[in-house]
Design a binder for this molecule. Sequence first.
Ligand code: GDP
Ligand code: MG
Length: 597
Amino acid sequence: MNNIRNFCIIAHIDHGKSTLADRLLEHTQTVTEREAKNQLLDDMDLERERGITIKSHAIQMNYIHEGSTYTINLIDTPGHVDFSYEVSRAIAACEGALLVVDAAQGIQAQTISNLYLALEHDLEIIPVLNKVDLPSANPEEVKDQIIDLIGCEDEDIIMASAKTGIGISDILEAVVKRIPAPEGDPDAPLQALIFDSVFNPYRGIEAFFKVVNGSMKSGSAVKFMNTGSKYDADEIGVLRLRQEPQKEIGTGNVGYIISGIKEAKEVKVGDTITTVERPADKPIAGFENVKPMVFAGIYPVDTDEFEELRASLEKLQLNDASLTFEPESSAALGFGFRCGFLGMLHMEIIQERLEREFNMTVITTVPNVSYHSFMKKDPERCVIVNNPTEFPDPTKMDHIEEPYIKAQIITKADYVGAVMNLAIEKRGILTNQVYLTSERVELSFDMPLAEIVFDFYDRLKSISRGYASFDYHPTGYRESDMVKVDVMLNGEPVDALSALIHRSNAFDIGKKICEKLKELIPRQQFMIAIQAAIGAKIIARETLSALRKDVTAKCYGGDISRKRKLLEKQKAGKKRMRQVGNVEIPQQAFLAVLKLN
Ligand code: GDP
Ligand code: MG
């Protein structure tokens, strides 16, 4: 136990966490050069392509320091806000953290929010200034930012480059010297914290855990304390480049367990494993069921593929318990599923995986948050609204509540005005403003989650020329004046285009939706009236004129692969268009409300 060190790397996205992890694995010869592919920890194709870590993983290294061998467990964490619960569990399994900050970019929103999580768990923080090789690096200024933020000394900060290898051995020395060994009672009943799980099609669910007290023995009967389910520990082991089976995982160490579990929902991140024979009297505190925050309809383009879509979603759910779905139907789109996601990135990932891994062509409707409505006849009872079409009759409704968040934005002082204007337009209220340095400001807002779903992030990036970073945390529900804006094409309502919008913005957004649809819907042989309405009241109208006969079809530019893809799609008879009444609507139109500016 004295020779174990458990740590994670916390960083804002792109500051070099995965690259640094690769260097540490090479330096400790955990991987041979032949095995060293870039970004070893990100093993899902999608993760590699997007260069982001979606699921956290753990890996064990050996490191020799002053003649003794140390077992070092590195727990990789996802950097994106959608997955913050996974970050917090991974952090709870560690005694220390490398705080990696890009020497050119400085401290960003997720640096700070993850740092707070680490401090809450009393982790020893090792600040690392990464990318010092960059010509644009500004190490002195960023060092000052770090000193201000965590109150460390100048010499505590390690200068590093995950690219060239500068500072890598200093980091390993610091891990051994500065991070404390795990504590825990080897003789106590087993308590192992699950910080992650993955689905393996051949072996079922693999859960990753840290033994907090006692030890886990291969073959023993174990119990998952929050779900109550019991299994045999068929195989346990440690994670190297490959899994290495072991007879026992002792106190303080990190390992995996495979026990024939087939579904992700059986194994919950944050749960505690104990033994059936000598169970612990309570789980390790702090288990939380993650709930989807954003909902959208997913429909097959080809209505025959409904069952195939269901099978694909079921498969995805096997390894992603945070994805939820239930069947729904739409007059415009037919049969599909209302899916729940942790956030917008999660939604994009699921959509992309459906297309790549399952070869599905789908239409996604405008995402919305989950509303709580209360009816006059029973004002105590909360009716959950996850779909605009379920919006209750306003005359019978007592009130409706929407989810709020605390948003933290870090930006350059020059852009404070623009960021404030955007946040106010998005119904945000400034709650705090702190100058981190004379140049950089941290702004906190109370704002509705729904406003983040609608193009907030893209606009924040553009108004700040990329110099703003953003993070958020849900803070609960508040009463709000929401209305349902419907869209009609030639007088026919298209349910899949309805959106729930705050009354103060409804007219403006209704108008913009009509304008955007006019742009997105291709002209057809007849005129199309595009209208937005609240109840029976028309609030906006645009007219799309009919196509003249002599207009030649638009030619596509673009690269060959895109053209080929297009051809393939057409060959397969799958155009991402939907016929509604007599109007053809392209996929982008269903997301028009997201791209209004
Ligand atoms: P993560 O999102 O924190 O995991 O960041 P990555 O490890 O994926 O790195 C983001 C980008 O920064 C990649 O293009 C890396 O090649 C690059 N990068 C990482 N570390 C360094 C470094 O020390 N120097 C330079 N110049 N680039 C780096
Ligand atoms: Mg990464």
